[in-house]
Design a protein around this ligand. Structure first.
Ligand code: ATP
Length: 359
């Protein structure tokens, strides 16, 4: 994939407020890229900087190797789909989509063809004559997408496009959006505060905190190898245990509170890790309760059940392990024949050093 968008040293001040601090990133052509982070971290600001609705205080935005400094939004190869659908309720679906072409010099017939094509793309074939106000939330979102796509932008910018939809419709539209993006092959940049949405949809994700990028990686690397506790906590759940790094070399020697000694490969620890105090992280689904007659394939530790949360398909246990200051959360699938333990039950847990991340 070729590089399409390059941001170098981008900073943005609103008065004294430093909303973006030294943002560097490259987005490739055809990529589904997400900006993920808590409310107020600067995701929308960054999207608006790419679109040209906001200028930068410092640094540069390049699209297709062209500096965008003096290029207004309507002359950039980008188009934005907003959080509020911003469709006109008193117009028909087709009129709403054609609004995207209001400045185009196409003939009437060409416009009608383009509208039909865009509606087909978003699965609203034959909906052109309907009144926009009579559509469901998901359908309105599709109209907004069709209106943005009709201009054939190189980059579609999506600011929390699914946040107004209920959970079922949101999950449905996530899959639709991925399909659409693959079908049209244009670059999508999605702003979301929903980590699951970002993991499901993206080729790569930039996780932002307070105007900075904390980590930028593909979903699996972000989840399995978070580079900081902040990122680990924002994406999924993670247990943290105090540990001591006892040796560094080909592998990293660890002494973990409650778990004891183990070695992990270098790529599970930060670059340049040194002997001394540290912490390790381990995800709830990589720990396991050992039921009657089961043995751990790697390591085990005795534990007491502190809390049980039953979700139907899963049970989340909080367990206490001697010498571990905080209870550990364990996610267990409710397989056939597997009992749900009660609070106070004495049990054993299995852990695997391959799932450990050193911080
Ligand atoms: P959310 O998910 O809540 O939309 P966000 O990560 O998109 O958050 P931004 O909208 O980019 O965050 O805002 C980042 C920070 O900049 C916030 O603290 C916000 O209050 C501030 N900010 C945004 N726009 C302006 C503006 N026009 N003038 C002053 N401050 C602004």
């Amino acid at each position: 994939m070729t590089d399409l968008i390059k941001l170098r040293g981008v900073q943005k001040y609103y008065g004294d407020y430093h909303a973006l601090r030294d943002i560097n990133l490259t987005i490739r052509a055809g990529e589904f890229f997400s900006l993920l982070g808590p409310s107020g971290c600067g995701k929308t600001t960054l999207l608006r900087v790419i679109a040209g609705f906001e200028g930068v205080s410092n640094g540069s935005v390049m699209i297709s190797d062209k500096d965008m400094k003096d290029v207004p939004p309507n002359q950039r190869p980008t188009n934005m789909v907003f959080q509020s659908y911003a469709i006109f309720p008193h117009l028909t679906v087709a009129e709403n989509v054609a609004f995207g072409l209001r400045k185009s010099k196409m003939s009437k017939a060409e416009k009608a063809d383009a509208v039909a094509e865009a509606l087909k793309m978003v699965g609203l074939d034959g909906y052109g004559k309907r009144a926009a106000h009579a559509l469901s939330g998901g359908q309105r979102q599709r109209v907004a997408l069709a209106r943005a796509l009709i201009l054939k932008p190189k980059v579609l910018l999506l600011d929390e496009p699914l946040s107004a939809l209920d959970k079922k419709m949101r999950e449905h539209m996530q899959v639709e959006l991925i399909r659409l993006q693959r079908a049209v092959g244009i670059t999508f940049i999605l702003v979301t505060h929903d980590q699951e949405e970002a993991l499901v949809m993206s080729d790569r994700i930039a996780v932002m905190f307070a105007g900075e990028i904390g980590q930028m990686d593909d979903p699996e690397t972000l989840y399995r190898r978070p580079k900081s506790r902040r990122v680990a906590e924002f994406i999924g759940k993670m247990n943290f245990l105090p540990a001591t790094v006892t040796s560094v070399g080909e592998s990293i020697g660890l002494d973990i509170a409650g778990f004891g000694q183990t070695d992990v490969p270098q790529d599970q620890a930060p670059e340049g890790a040194k002997p001394g105090e540290a912490a390790i992280g381990i995800r709830p689904e990589t720990l396991a309760i050992l039921f009657e007659g089961e043995t751990a394939s790697r390591h085990e530790a005795p534990a007491t059940v502190d809390e049980v949360v039953y979700y139907g398909d899963m049970t989340y246990y909080d367990v206490r392990v001697k010498d571990v200051p905080e209870p550990l959360t364990i996610a267990m699938k409710n397989l056939i024949g597997r009992p749900v333990l009660e609070v106070g039950a004495q049990t054993r847990i299995a852990w695997d050093e391959r799932a450990i991340v050193v911080f």
